[in-house]
Design a protein around this ligand. Structure first.
Ligand SMILES: NC(=O)c1ccc[n+]([C@@H]2O[C@H](COP(=O)([O-])OP(=O)(O)OC[C@H]3O[C@@H](n4cnc5c(N)ncnc54)[C@H](OP(=O)(O)O)[C@@H]3O)[C@@H](O)[C@H]2O)c1
Length: 283
């Protein structure tokens, strides 16, 4: 898959920017999702662990926009990787989201204890039943991703941390060369990258905010959809407007050249990001 055949690409309002929802819940979540969709957002990213799928579903319903014009991604959690648990998890997401299909289901984190084939086979079965449209993996180190793509043909998305302080070029290129769409999470390093002097300088030159410059840099990368978290509705329009910014090749290069390797995400269950070996349970 690439940007041109992304399911919503033909919608004239489509902009390759997803709304990240990990810090949204309750009434604030419902209202923000409704407002975001009516401002022009078409891609909403959630996860079972965010505990807001019900609110997301209510927000989508309240927006009044047809379901088939919205792309919803969710993620099943580490405790749901066994075949039966994965089937059950997606069932719970469907109910919570008030929908009869989910556009994209990610494996949120790779499990080192459950064979990947167990989880993937549950997701493939649901895809064959048209309950889910796409399968993705998230937080997979390169060696895990290679294994996944070499062994299963149904994976079409990866979601990874990616921002000016953390660019995984090898993994990124591998994903693009293998036809995956990438969803870049923490695209601004939770706002930290907008303080970087190179980005501040570019922003003042092009009359935009540093945040917009970073999002445009993200959107200029092949097959890449940044997933930007927003809790303040004032940020909704500004981030969509980033799409229309024009950045020169040398501006993009300056951001490409910013010091790398400042990963913000870690979890005690996360595999070593640079591991060269696969979990024994996957044999
Ligand atoms: N797959 C995974 O394991 C994983 C892990 C982490 C995150 N994610 C996904 O990625 C999403 C984004 O991550 P994130 O929220 O941690 O980081 P982020 O998107 O890099 O940063 C969010 C911060 O940027 C601010 N912001 C947004 N638009 C702005 C603007 N126009 N001007 C100034 N500030 C602006 C937000 O402020 P306000 O809140 O005030 O609007 C918030 O403080 C999550 O919601 C989630 O969907 C996935």
């Amino acid at each position: 898959m690439d940007c041109d055949n992304f399911p919503l690409a033909k919608d004239p309002q489509y902009i390759p920017l997803a709304l990240g929802t990990s810090r949204l819940q309750g009434k604030q979540c419902i209202a923000l999702i409704d407002r975001a969709i009516n401002t022009g957002y078409r891609i909403i990213d959630t996860a079972r662990s965010y505990k807001n799928e019900t609110d997301i579903g209510l927000g989508v319903l309240s927006s009044g926009i047809e379901r088939n014009r919205i792309f919803i991604s969710t993620k099943i959690h580490l405790t749901e990787m066994e075949y039966q648990f994965a089937l059950g998890a997606v069932g719970k997401s469907l109910t919570a989201l008030h929908t009869d299909y989910i556009d994209l289901v990610f494996i949120h984190w790779p499990s080192v204890n459950i064979p990947l084939r167990e989880t993937i086979s549950a997701l493939v079965e649901l895809k064959q039943q048209k309950v889910i449209r796409h399968i993705g993996v998230s937080n997979f180190p390169l060696v895990y991703l290679r294994y996944a793509l070499n062994n299963f043909s149904d994976i079409s998305f990866i979601q990874i941390e990616h921002h000016p302080f953390f660019k995984e070029k090898q993994l990124f290129d591998y994903a693009v060369n293998n036809g995956l769409m990438i969803m870049s999470y923490r695209p601004t390093a939770m706002g930290q990258a907008s303080l970087h002097s190179d980005i501040v300088n570019i922003a003042s030159k092009v009359n935009a905010t540093p945040h917009q410059v970073i999002l445009k840099w993200q959107m200029s990368k092949l097959n890449n959809i940044p997933v930007c978290g927003i809790t303040n509705k004032k940020h909704l329009q500004a981030n969509l407007d980033a799409y229309r910014l024009s950045l020169s090749k040398s501006d993009l290069q300056v951001i490409d050249n910013i010091d790398n390797k400042a990963r913000t995400m870690d979890r005690d269950y996360a595999p070593d990001w640079y591991t060269q070996s696969l979990p024994k349970a996957w044999d």
